[in-house]
Design a protein around this ligand. Structure first.
Ligand code: DGJ
Length: 468
């Protein structure tokens, strides 16, 4: 018979007086812990889902259509058969890369880069189902049937007239080289301006800032350089202010020029040029922030870095404040935009008129520091992505009413005939993790990947088209 031994150690945990622990207490604590854990992971899941759905809310459903990968490839053509006499007369150019092919005006595949007149986009003709399509690289006609001349340009949406204005270099003149080693050029004609309600049909508003024909000392003398004009509206003064790159034939003046007008369609009055903050300035842009403060960004120190600084309140000058950004990265052709409080910029490398690889940059503050977050180009094939689709950035335009959708504007320069340079407009969206390590930030990036999608043809979402 088993006797109950009151001195025997109990098998269950038991503490007496004041601290009564039992297996059931332990069990309940365990259950409690599990419940807490479950609750925590539930809340976390909800959080992630709400972030994801927030991303989706931010992304217009019609954006997804534009984010389709479109493959496209160009082959280097086999060398042409030539008679032995012809081969002796002129040795054959052997192209090892498509960039050389692109730059060769007698290339057999030139029509791929510069499609001929027959394929021109003419918004005024009966386009049937083809209406509103952008065809990157094709000739684009204005409402009078002439090729649009707005190179190195930018677009201003004017709230007062509910109209888009596209300003750019009017280059409808002969291309030549000022001397043997100089880059191809066209004499300055002026800044062209085109207006549109739908971003597809453009009316020529004329030359809003004209070259100076006779006065050789004038910045706008035709033998100088006027590039990359950008216009912003000053809400306080009610003036339209144009900033541009002003240079001499050999690009040694390296300055910015400023002009002003009471109307978006000009005429603009040229004010002056200067080296901002005392530094050389070549490719440049201006960016007007939501708070009305505008900034000048320019390639400096022989294009080895960029400088950024706020403009004065009237936008007619820079202030003393300036920061160096992308130091040592040798970038030009800056195009700045903002999304969900973050600043983004696309730049190109520095290879004169030849195409090269675009890079995207991001920053919490426009004054920097700016992180370089990789090549934004998607689709086409490798060479498309390494040449920014054979073009160079000039501007990024937010599509009003569709958060997260932008139009990337670039120039496909034709150094053999600069007036025949083409426009490459493509959809740009933001989302997903960036694909390059950070230099300045640690931990979770605050910005998203910038993606520019190649399309042979594309158009803005149906719901947007024609809306003001
Ligand atoms: C590249 C620049 O981005 C263009 O605006 C122009 O200045 C060319 N260089 C001239 O070679």
């Amino acid at each position: 018979m088993r006797m109950k031994n009151k001195y025997r150690k109990p098998t269950s945990l038991r503490c007496n007086a004041g601290s009564r622990c039992s297996s059931s207490v332990l069990l309940w604590s365990l259950v409690g812990c599990l419940l807490m854990l479950h609750l925590y992971s539930y809340i976390r899941d909800q959080d992630v889902h709400s972030q994801e759905s927030h991303l989706h809310i931010g992304r217009h459903p019609e954006i997804l259509e534009l984010e389709q990968f479109e493959e496209d490839s160009i082959q280097i053509p086999p060398p042409r058969k030539r008679s032995p006499r012809a081969a002796k007369r002129k040795p054959r150019k052997v192209h090892t890369s498509l960039i050389e092919e692109f730059l060769d005006e007698s290339s057999q595949i030139r029509h791929i880069f510069f499609p001929d007149q027959k394929t021109a986009i003419d918004p005024m003709s009966d386009n049937g189902d083809e209406t509103h399509f952008y065809y990157p690289g094709r000739i684009w006609l204005d409402t009078t049937g002439n090729p649009i001349q707005a190179h190195g340009g930018g677009i201003l949406y004017d709230d007062r007239t509910k109209t888009y204005y596209w300003y750019g270099e009017f280059k409808d003149g002969p291309t030549y080289h000022a001397h043997k080693r100089a880059a191809a050029r066209v004499d300055v004609i002026g800044v062209g301006c085109y207006s549109s309600k739908d971003l597809w049909t453009w009316k020529n508003e004329g030359i809003v800032l004209a070259a100076e024909e006779n006065d050789e000392t004038h910045d706008l003398h035709k033998l100088n350089v006027l590039e990359r004009p950008k216009v912003i509206y000053n809400d306080k003064t009610g003036k339209y202010v144009m900033w541009m790159h002003i240079d001499d034939t050999n690009y040694t003046k390296a300055s910015v020029g400023v002009a002003v007008s009471n109307f978006p369609t000009g005429p603009f009055t040229y004010l002056y040029s200067k080296r901002p903050h005392g530094f050389d300035s070549r490719d440049m842009t201006v960016f007007k922030d939501d708070d009305g403060i505008a900034y000048l960004l320019y390639s400096s120190e022989d294009n080895s870095e960029l400088h950024v600084g706020p403009l004065s309140e009237d936008y007619l000058d820079v202030t003393e404040t300036m920061r160096r950004i992308l130091v040592g990265q040798h970038r030009e052709a800056p195009a700045v935009f903002k999304h969900q409080g973050m600043y983004y910029m696309i730049t190109s490398g520095c290879t004169s008129w030849a195409p090269n690889e675009a890079l995207a940059h991001a920053s919490e503050s426009i004054m920097g520091p700016w992180e370089t977050i990789g090549n934004p180009c998607i689709g086409g094939d490798k060479i498309f992505r390494h040449t920014t689709f054979f073009s160079q950035s000039t501007f990024v335009l937010p599509v009003h009413g569709i958060p997260g959708l932008f139009i990337f504007l670039a120039d496909r320069w034709n150094p053999a005939d600069l007036r025949d340079s083409r426009y490459v407009w493509l959809p740009l969206t933001l989302g997903g993790p960036v694909d390059q390590p950070f230099e300045y930030s640690f931990g979770f990036p605050l910005w998203s990947r910038v993606s520019i999608y190649w399309h042979k043809k594309w158009r803005l979402p149906f719901s947007w088209r024609g809306k003001e």
